[in-house]
Design a protein around this ligand. Structure first.
Ligand code: ADP
Ligand code: MG
Length: 565
């Protein structure tokens, strides 16, 4: 027998789509506060939000007569007709969040509309809404949601530990706080303050509050403009990359979204800068014409559909790549630690003579060159362990991985030539012959034309050997045997990649096998040429495997380590 479900059950089913966990409640209530024009939003949680989510705001409030409507489903003050759909300026529009929450938790709503003399309150328990009554509240709205899923044990069971639910709630809170500049946000758990974002805090300051100093200090500004939209925000330098995409926060028209295509565009921008399997950190805000985006794909609205997706892809990838090229990506020195703990004054094992005090105002007589690194003499570079270059800089010194830097230089050279047609090739006087398995020979034959364009002349030679007859002219020290092993590894990864990806992979391996190695002693002229060629590139911060080429130490780092300040 087909029967209509009672409305209570209908609401509970609908609630499942909107309310998954305490973090969903945090999100819906804070969004309502922002929709109401709040300038200050305070969030209090207990037991990670399972026992209580309370959100107080100073927004427009709700008129007394509308209090019970606010808890009804499909009742909203934000969407009037179909046309509004094309230019949604609010987070909410479905009018089902409060009703859904009230179906699975106890809700108390206290509010006072701006012009009203007094406020009112309304309560809902187990889906039943009591009549509104007058209540004292200075302004704005306060919503308390208690005992989420208490009446729905099947759902309550699926909630994680308080700590895990708290983490989700913080994530949801932070996403909204990042996007809403000009609004003050406070988050407390069991009365303890967790986050505070002052109204005047910039995006960079909000990121610092949410994710800490290390992230804040690695931020590179991103800015891009195209007919399809604009992109603003930050990416973090590649050294902060992560094993998952959880710190890549993307917003479309101020709304946090999870969009695979956008995330892929960001990774594309990071192509040269991140090793495979790593994910960038970023906080990016895409603005598009609201008529070209459909946020109504899912009740929680984290998925979007973007028209003009191709244009948006190149806008995002291009702006991110540009930010990385312009950014200072040298890895800062790891925090240097003194070898011994400082000895407290008075407990010194030996009586050190008091140092002569520095004369103030009168320069001390000094022999030798001045201490400052003004332009008075050229900066010096030293090769150490035949592997690293230690180079004096205006701010301190940097340590360069000679192989990594050379690899980047060669890769850019090879890419340039390949892009212009083919890499200039040079025949070897005597071909080099290497053993190869039958499967490897097959692979080499299938990619022969790509290899030829990359400047490589490789021929199979009998049944079990290959001969390398020509190599790129720019690689004077190519280790052909190592290169072949790399190519065979490529083949074993499965089906041959598309031509473009294959070419890129071959060029990367050529650059690696053609570069100076750790252990190669370099002449002064070679060192100078290496540094000059690196400096002439669009960027020389990472090698072909996207690892850093240099680590930077500042005089400030040294002073700190030597406890001079
Ligand atoms: P929606 O946000 O989609 O309209 P909700 O169920 O979240 O649906 O809210 C229903 C209505 O209640 C809103 O349209 C709004 O009029 C009112 N409301 C909810 N929260 C607030 C608030 N914090 N301040 C002012 N009005 C609110
Ligand atoms: Mg809402």
């Amino acid at each position: 027998m087909i029967r209509r479900l009672p409305s209570e059950i209908v609401d509970r089913i609908a609630a499942g789509e909107v309310v998954e966990r305490p973090a969903s409640v945090v999100k819906e209530l804070v969004e309502n506060a922002l929709d109401a024009g709040a300038r200050r939003v305070e969030v209090d949680l207990e037991k990670g939000g399972k026992d209580l989510v309370r959100v107080a705001d100073d927004g427009t409030g709700i008129p007394f007569e509308e209090l019970s409507l606010a808890l009804e489903s499909h009742a909203t003050s934000k969407l009037r007709d179909f046309e509004d759909f094309d230019h949604l300026a609010t987070y909410g529009f479905r009018g089902e969040a409060l009703a859904s929450i009230a179906a699975v938790a106890s809700v108390r709503l206290v509010s006072r509309a701006r012009a009203a003399d007094e406020g009112g309150e309304i309560e809902a328990r187990e889906g039943k809404v009591a009549a509104p009554r007058p209540a004292a509240i200075p302004k704005g709205t306060l919503v308390e949601v208690r005992d989420l899923f208490a009446q729905v044990p099947a759902r309550r069971k699926f909630l994680r530990t308080d700590g895990a639910e708290l983490a989700h709630s913080i994530d949801g809170f932070v996403r909204l706080a990042l996007a809403a500049e000009g609004v003050e946000f406070v988050l407390r758990h069991e009365g303890r303050p967790l986050h505070r974002f002052p109204a005047e805090a910039s995006l960079a300051e909000r990121i610092r509050e949410a994710f800490g100093r290390e992230t804040a200090e690695a931020l590179l500004p991103v800015s891009g403009r195209a007919p399809a939209g604009t992109l603003e925000g930050f990416v973090a330098a590649p050294r902060l990359s992560r094993a998952d995409a959880s710190r890549l926060l993307l917003f479309v028209d101020g709304r946090f979204v999870r969009d695979r295509a956008l995330a892929r565009a960001v990774r594309e921008g990071f192509h040269d800068f991140l090793p495979g399997g790593r994910f960038p950190v970023g906080f990016l805000f895409l603005s598009v014409d609201p008529a070209t985006v459909d946020p109504n794909v899912h009740p929680t609205k984290v998925e979007v559909r973007l028209l003009r997706a191709r244009e948006i892809f190149s806008l995002v990838a291009g702006a991110v790549r540009e930010a990385l090229r312009r950014g200072d990506l040298a890895v800062p020195a790891p925090t240097l630690r003194p070898i011994a703990e400082p000895v407290a004054v008075g407990e010194a094992p030996f009586p050190f003579p008091e140092p002569e005090p520095f004369a103030v105002g009168k320069p001390r007589a000094r022999e030798g060159p001045p201490l400052s690194l003004a332009t008075e003499r050229s900066l010096r570079t030293l090769q150490i362990h035949d592997a690293y270059l230690v180079r004096e800089t205006a701010e301190g010194f940097e340590v360069i991985d000679q192989h990594a830097l050379h690899e980047r230089i060669l890769l850019e050279d090879l890419r340039g030539q390949f892009g212009a047609g083919s890499v200039e090739s040079q025949r070897l006087l005597v071909p080099e012959v290497f053993p190869a398995a039958r499967a490897d020979l097959g692979f080499l034959e299938s990619v022969a034309s790509t290899l030829a364009s990359a400047g490589l002349g490789i021929e199979t030679f009998g049944e079990e050997e290959v001969a390398v007859r020509a190599v790129p002219a720019c690689l004077r020290r190519l280790d052909a045997g190592a290169l072949l092993r790399d190519l065979f590894d490529l083949a074993r990864r499965g089906e041959a990649p598309p031509r473009e990806a294959l070419a890129e992979a071959v060029l990367e391996r050529l650059a690696c096998r053609g570069a100076v190695m750790a252990g190669d002693r370099l002449e002064t002229a070679e060192i100078e040429a290496l540094l000059a060629r690196g400096a002439a590139l669009p960027h020389d911060a990472t090698c072909a495997h996207a690892r850093p080429t240099r680590i930077r130490f500042t005089l400030a780092d040294l002073e700190k380590a030597f406890q001079r300040r």
